[in-house]
Design a binder for this molecule. Sequence first.
Ligand SMILES: [Zn+2]
Length: 572
Amino acid sequence: MEKDIKFEEIPAKKVSIKKVQEKLTKFTNDLENAKDFKTAYKAVRDLENYMDKFENNATVISIRYTLNSNDKEIAKLQDQMDEISPLVSNLINKFNKVLVKHPCRKELEEKLTPYYFQMIDNSLKSFDEKIIPELIEINKLSSQYDKVLGSAEIPFRGEIYNISQMGKFTKSKDRGERREASIATDKWFGDHEKEIGDIYGKLVELRDTAAKKLGFKNFIELGYLSLGRVDYDARMVANYRKQIADEVVPVCQKLYKDQAARIGIPFNKMYSYDYNLSFLSGNPTPIGDPDYLVKMGRKMYGDMSKETGDFFQFMMDRHLLDLVARPGKQPGGYMTFLPVQKYPFIFSNFNGTDGDVNVLTHEFGHAFQGYLSRNIKPGDFRSPTLESCEIHSMSMEFFAWPWMDLFFGKDDEKYRYSHLTDAIEFLPYGITIDEFQHWVYEHPHATHEERCAAYQEIERRYTPHKKYDPEMKTMGHGGWWMRQHHIFGTPFYYIDYTLAQVCAFQFLVEMTRNRERAWKKYVKLCKTGGKYPFVTLLAKNHLRNPFEDGNIHKVMVPLRKILKSFDLTKIK
Ligand SMILES: [Zn+2]
């Protein structure tokens, strides 16, 4: 049975752009000539089936490429894909233009749902041939940013490290080491500030131009549309940020004071790097090697439920996991989906930190949803927009709590406490990054210095505890945003993590009351896939809408109780 082949048996094929063009043009003509619903609907299905195959191949190529970037054959296929994907978008755009004006639209809308058409209207509003030059330039500049940061060489104590390698020194138990490492990283950003600031300046200019070409006042609305946000807008997000400021910022200030006491540094003398250390005894780390962690993962998902046990076995049997770091493999971690075989795939770089356990919970949460929604039709409804997707993953992190002793041994409670406090403390940072971007695109011609000043003002408002060592001059003048790659590559995306976190908290609260009910609700949410936009999806699944006044308060009251239930004398 073809469906059960293993990942390595799926071929990566070279694509002929001429053939793709012919096919997509044929479907467009078929649709245009269709006189009745049945023929029109067939053209829609033909395009969908063809695009599933195209995307499947593109995904296989991209997975293989990230697994081994030294493979010249795959690198060639990847380059070709990068080149042809804007052309494919353009051809689909042409098909969609015919579809929305089709005489049978009413019947098609009944069959495919109004939301399906809303998504298409949305993509038509946010894309047009005339902005292709800007899009190409934007892609180039954001890869340039990745390259500049990826190739960073930071001298530290006689060795050279990249930015992610510096991470572990900035979290050291030894304050001198934390400080020195943070100053070295800060200095690298200072040395590259002009280069990074220029890249961002150009990106903002290009996005502003593209937005104006499409008839928008500035990039904000276009940015929202590009992320598929059809049932909320910037005004609602601003109201959400206000609720986080009122309800969460004060809780975080209390958490930071507790942390100061725990690690023995006076609160008013703590610098940014001190907040990296949660416990004097060090942050919790996993107790076994990658093989051990995977074995425990299997045990955990087997115990958790029938669905998760089956799912874990499904992934193992078909070789849909590539978890361990090795030379040639790209950094980072992700979950992706192969629409033809209906396989989720998980990529990660296990390196012996608590991040490994996070892959087993967070990325597996994404994959579990992909697995449960794999048969949804049309394929566009398999996966929701990004803020909804993060609910699946972040909630799974909490559903995994009872098994954390398998991964962290006697430090399991320490892990749960820092997981929860990190998640709460993330919210003020997330709204800082979001508000900054709104400011940037409202002031597209601002200078780099003005951007840094704006960032600093917002940062002081939402994270008033955060002070920088006088020697960290770059972060000290509002330069932190240069480290947040989402700002460069995927504008306005960052708030999604915070929105999802607020929903995942609701699952945590519910599972402390009635685990079985919470689990059923979670499985239902995963099975709903992307049939609805964010706000509607929440309503259908009885989750509180974070935009609505009072709802952040309602989420935070029981969460504060859970925080209080930790015995801090036992976790040091
Ligand atoms: Zn995620």
